[in-house]
Design a protein around this ligand. Structure first.
Ligand code: PHE
Ligand code: ZN
Ligand code: ZN
Ligand code: ZN
Length: 296
């Protein structure tokens, strides 16, 4: 255990900075730790007990977005698709978000076969898990003219969850009582429609995913760029009704390894990935020919 001079008081309240206990338990300033035990095995609530709290020294770790573009006949109309390339520190992040990243890579490898009408720009975002930093920095760095060139943005974050359901971002907020924090740009519902028509054609049931502000589409919708995408679920628990529709296990999360060390190559549902990657390819291909259904 590392001692940087921080201690806990006798009432069991951490009085120092945020950090991690030696068993990996995250702690924050002021959280009660009564009942937790430490290297000496003594509960903090016991009189006279102390704990030494590991507070990592501040450091900066630069991350970079990776952007790849295939120039179209009409370079003034850009179709963007993105997936975050980073993971949480706790694990390798194969469903979150190797699944979306690999899907875009598959698209990229096939783009050589295409002479698209519209420019296709693929983004592998940095530092999503630290607060959408890569995508927000990217959009913030665009001039209004550059933003205006982007016809739409497609987001792929967690598209192969082991206990998945298939979800399409809800471009008209029809599925929700409480609206998202920002108005959803016009045109987003047409993107939703395209994905839904694919699932209907494939005979695969789907549901809405709310634009909750939790992934890289956020910077785009805040800038009134139509957005859409796919999602197969994170920490939310599958209901019996959903089990009846999609199979899997009710009472368990869509991804039991969400943000954990066990988000490994064994944590992807390959059949779900296969369905979604076809949907992604269809959407990128369709919009590379025309975005008229979205932008008029
Ligand atoms: N963006 C979340 C993550 O990377 C995943 C997520 C997306 C959760 C959409 C909820 C809704 O951890
Ligand atoms: Zn995540
Ligand atoms: Zn993610
Ligand atoms: Zn909808």
């Amino acid at each position: 255990i590392f001692n940087q001079g921080n201690t806990a008081d006798r009432t069991g309240l951490i009085v120092a900075n945020a950090g991690t206990l030696n068993d990996g338990t995250p702690i924050t300033h002021g959280i009660p730790v009564v009942g937790a035990s430490y290297d000496d095995g003594v509960a903090l609530s016991q009189a006279g007990s102390t704990a030494h709290v590991f507070v990592p020294a501040p450091e900066s770790r630069p991350q970079k977005n990776v952007i790849a573009e295939k120039t179209g006949v009409n370079d003034d109309n850009v179709v963007m698709a993105g997936a975050h390339l980073d993971s949480v520190e706790a694990g390798p992040g194969i469903n979150d978000n190797g699944s979306g990243s690999a899907s875009l890579l598959e698209i990229a490898q096939n783009l050589s076969k295409l002479q698209p009408q519209n420019t296709i720009r693929l983004a592998w975002w940095a530092a999503e898990e630290d607060g959408l930093l890569g995508s927000e920095a990217y959009v913030a760095g665009l001039s209004q003219e550059e933003k205006d060139r982007i016809a739409l943005y497609l987001n792929f974050d967690m598209v192969a969850s082991p206990n998945h359901i298939f979800m399409v971002y809800d471009g008209d907020e029809s599925g929700w009582d409480a609206p998202a924090g920002v108005p959803i740009p016009e045109g987003s519902v047409q993107i939703e429609d395209l994905f839904e028509s694919y699932f209907t054609w494939a005979g695969v049931p789907y549901d809405d995913a709310q634009f909750s502000g939790r992934s890289d589409y956020q910077a785009f919708i805040e800038n009134d760029i139509p957005a859409g995408g796919l999602f197969t679920g994170a920490e939310v628990v599958k209901t019996p009704e959903q089990e009846a529709i999609w199979g899997g296990v009710a009472g368990e999360s869509y991804d039991q390894c969400y943000h954990q060390a066990c988000d490994t190559i064994d944590n992807v549902n390959v059949a779900a990935l296969d369905v979604n990657i076809d949907a992604i390819a269809l959407a990128v291909l369709a919009y590379s020919y025309s975005t008229e259904s979205v932008n008029g």
